[in-house]
Design a protein around this ligand. Sequence first.
Ligand SMILES: NC(=O)CCC(=O)C(=O)O
Length: 270
Amino acid sequence: MRVACLQLSSGDRVEANLAVVSALLDEAAAKGAKLALLPEMFAFFHPDDDRKRHFAEVLARQVVLPFLADQARRHALTLIGGSLLLPGEGELLRNTCVVFSADGEQVALYDKIHLFDGDLPDRSYHESARIQPGSQPVVLDLEDWLVGLSICYDLRFPELYRHYAALGAQLLCIPSAFTVPTGQAHWELLLRARAVENQAYVLAAAQIGRHPGGRETFGHSMIVDPWGLVVAQATNQRATEGEVVLADIDLQRVHQVRKQLPALTHRRLY
Ligand SMILES: NC(=O)CCC(=O)C(=O)O
């Protein structure tokens, strides 16, 4: 199966962001992709609370979700909608990945479980102040593939991916907007670790560049195979136009790695 990670530099203009997604999906589909992953906050990237709420309550449902359904149907591909904001309880929002099948049906929804709070060299982050954490891992059955969903900071919690591997997942999706300092230090290391320890493909679609409000993201979208090899990665040279990262993934490769080194069957409980 040919898969695509879309790398974006999303801003605060929803229509402009969706136009970039549309152009990149045209490119991915023309090159044969049957599954595409968008990054975290692909449709709206801005820190203002009122604008976030308006996006979550109005634009997400009225504009963005119908757009994703239409794109999936038009290109006959599974579209994993990175993440967008949706209303949560009370004043809170959710950071949610919505998945559409190739006939445009919404088939899965995952709320980011681990929220990104930290004082880093570039700035402080306090995602938990506005976002309600999810509590439910989600595995998606895609023809022959079992796909585990997650979002960005979830990457640092190996138990989530081990849970997916124990359920049989062979493909782990990690739409992201990693910071530059943590990306430089940890991004590839963590992605390859999740692939190696779970003997699964990892798809990681990332935001890149400077976003409204001053936040900067690391880019370096990549696709990692079950042996931990980076089989495709972004050039990071076309930040504003966005970029498509493509690779062919193969279930036989998963079976081969799991047969050569059956570490997943050697687990011991203590
Ligand atoms: N949006 C996020 O969850 C960022 C996570 C991140 O940068 C990290 O280092 O972890």
